[in-house]
Design a protein around this ligand. Structure first.
Ligand code: COA
Length: 248
């Protein structure tokens, strides 16, 4: 099932948006690469087949996003990969990484960007499918980017890092991850933090996550290093990947 053909017309009738969105509009092109979320046009988004909307996250998403971050972390590392984190380390990590205060701070940080995916209402009108931006379910996926913090000697100031891209298990395998990653990559390519940084994009991935590693390599990333990611006092073996230029 393909979810991602962006052929919908969209209305942005709800939640204080400033205007409509053209069919297939790419998320979040704003006048300034690091303005506030509202400057990015928070409710502009890319509507995908099936009524999925990819849009920039807003401060009001903090609670739902914190819950989604926690749920997808647990689904990936506890339920799927069954990493035996000691409970105290896990509790510390989850509170620090996915607590509401942390997520609120990330959403307010003008050097970060987060996109979320939600299912929105759709209506058929004159043979055209339209959507009205009324969320019909909680958030199902997100991608979060910001300045690169990875411990690699070649990281240069002003380079982007894809911090996280996570889908709920029920949303995986249908093309949504590809669309969400493309949205984030297109944004980072179009908005270098400082132009002379050269457009490189970094990310870290758990070494045992074969699907994600293949997903990134297929989209131009190469493994360039490794490090140990702290989960409390536990350490996950992580790989560092970098994309040097957008594939032609
Ligand atoms: C990794 C993730 C973002 C990919 O998103 P997705 O929507 O599941 O993947 P898509 O359907 O867009 O497919 C992306 C690619 O993965 C491949 N793929 C899909 N399901 C797969 C599976 N079960 N096993 C292996 N490859 C798979 C697809 O073939 C596709 O590649 P291709 O079309 O270039 O051949 C998503 O699965 C996810 O959130 N996983 C759990 C969290 C995670 O690991 N995040 C990354 C942490 S670094």
């Amino acid at each position: 099932m393909a979810l991602y053909e962006p052929h919908f017309m969209s209305h942005t009738a709800n939640r204080g948006t400033s205007g409509g969105v053209a069919s297939g509009d790419v998320t979040a092109p704003g006048p300034a690469p690091h303005g506030s979320l509202t400057e990015h046009g928070a409710l502009r988004g890319q509507v995908l087949a099936g009524g999925y909307l990819i849009r920039t996250a807003m401060p009001g998403d903090a609670e739902a996003l914190a819950a989604l971050k926690l749920a997808t972390f647990r689904a990936t590392f506890l339920e799927a990969f069954r990493i035996p984190y000691p409970p105290a380390d896990l509790a510390l990590f989850e509170a620090e990484s996915y607590g509401l205060a942390k997520v609120r701070a990330e959403l307010a940080d003008p050097s970060h960007m987060t996109w979320v995916v939600e299912k929105v209402g759709v209506v058929e009108k004159n043979g055209m499918v339209e959507q009205d931006n009324t969320p019909t379910a909680p958030l199902i996926a997100y991608a979060h980017i910001g300045p690169c913090k990875l411990p690699h000697p070649d990281v240069r100031p002003g380079e982007w890092e894809l911090y996280q891209i996570y889908l709920l298990p029920t949303a995986q395998g249908a093309g949504l991850g590809k669309r969400l990653l493309a949205t984030a990559l297109d944004y980072m390519t179009a908005h270098p933090v400082i132009p002379q940084a050269g457009g490189r994009i970094w990310l870290g991935v758990w070494s045992g996550n074969a699907k994600a590693r293949a997903f990134y390599v297929a989209r131009g990333f190469a493994e360039v290093g490794e490090y140990r990611f702290p989960v409390g006092n536990w350490r996950d073996d992580e790989l560092i990947l970098r994309r040097d230029a957008a594939p032609a």
